[in-house]
Design a protein around this ligand. Structure first.
Ligand code: MN
Length: 252
C-alpha cells in the first residue's frame, strides 16, 4: 500500500514520527510535511510564494520531504509532484491536541486529510487529545489498524475520517465509538499586553470545557475514554434550507 503522510505540527514533531514508524508496517510511506509548526492554518494553500522542498532526516536517516507550505500544500505536492505512484491512502497526524467539535474548521491536521479526500483518495486525520505528556504509541497502533480497514473497505466520495484518541495507555482505552461532530467550540478571549516599546498587542488564549448534551459526539466519546471516529465531509451546503431559501424568491 502507498501511503502519503502529513501533519500540521511540522515534520520534526514526535506525532508524525510515531505514525510513520507504525504505518511502515502496512506499506510504503512517503512523508511530505510542513517544515515548521503550522497548527490552526485550516485549509490554507500557498499562492503568492514558491514552495521550497528539502529532504529531512531523523535518527540520521532520510525521513521525508519538508515543505515551506501548509498541510493542504503538502498533500497536493505529494500527490502531484513528489510521489511516483498515486497513494492509496492519505493520513494526517498524529496531532498534538484533539481535533473535535468546531475546532475541526481551524485544524491543519484535518485539512491535510480533507485535501486527500478532495483529490479522491481515502483519507484520515489522527489526533491525540492532550497537550501534556503525550503517549503517541496507542494512537499510532490504532491508526495502523484502521488504515488497513480503510484500504480494504474504501470511503464514500467526499468523506474522510476524523480520528481522535484520549491520552490513555492502550490497556485503559475503553473501545471505539463512531461519533458525530460536537456542536461546541473553544471559549476564547484575548490577553491584552504591552510590548517593550509601549505598544499594545493581543494574544489569543482560552479554555475548552463545554457541556455537550449530545451523547454521540466526539467530545463525549473522548471524555468517556473511547477512541472517536467521525465520518466528516466538506460539502458545506445546507440542503435542509435550500427549499425555504428558494421560497424567499430573491430577485436582482
Ligand atoms: Mn497541530
Amino acid at each position: 500500500m502507498e501511503i502519503l503522510l502529513t501533519n500540521d505540527d511540522g515534520i520534526y514533531a514526535e506525532g508524525i514520527y510515531r505514525l510513520a514508524c507504525a504505518l511502515r508496517k502496512a506499506g510504503n510511506v512517503t512523508v511530505v510535511a510542513p517544515d515548521t509548526q503550522r497548527s490552526a492554518v485550516g485549509h490554507a494553500i500557498t499562492l503568492t510564494d514558491p514552495l521550497r522542498v528539502t529532504r529531512a532526516c531523523r535518527d540520521g536517516k532520510f525521513f521525508g520531504y519538508a515543505a515551506s507550505g501548509t498541510p493542504a500544500d503538502c498533500v497536493k505536492l505529494g500527490i502531484k509532484a513528489i510521489m511516483k505512484k498515486r497513494p492509496d491512502l492519505v493520513v494526517s497526524g498524529i496531532n498534538l491536541g484533539g481535533n473535535q467539535a468546531y475546532n475541526i474548521l481551524y485544524s491543519g491536521t484535518v485539512s491535510g486529510a480533507t485535501e486527500g479526500a478532495l483529490l479522491g483518495i481515502p483519507s484520515m486525520a489522527v489526533s491525540l487529545d492532550t497537550f501534556v505528556k503525550p503517549d503517541f504509541r496507542p494512537a499510532a497502533a490504532f491508526a495502523l489498524k484502521l488504515a488497513g480497514r480503510v484500504k480494504r473497505k474504501g470511503l464514500p466520495a467526499g468523506t474522510l475520517l476524523n480520528v481522535n484518541l484520549p491520552n490513555l495507555p492502550a490497556g485503559k482505552l475503553r473501545g471505539v465509538r463512531v461519533t458525530t461532530q460536537s456542536r461546541t467550540s473553544f471559549n476564547d478571549w484575548f490577553d491584552k499586553r504591552t510590548d517593550p516599546h509601549g505598544n499594545t498587542y493581543y494574544w489569543m488564549t482560552g479554555d475548552y470545557k463545554p457541556k455537550d448534551p449530545d451523547e454521540a459526539s466526539d467530545l463525549n466519546a473522548l471524555r468517556a475514554g473511547y477512541v472517536s471516529v467521525t465520518p466528516i465531509q466538506f460539502d458545506l451546503t445546507d440542503y435542509k434550507f435550500i427549499t425555504e431559501l428558494q421560497n424567499w424568491d430573491i430577485k436582482l
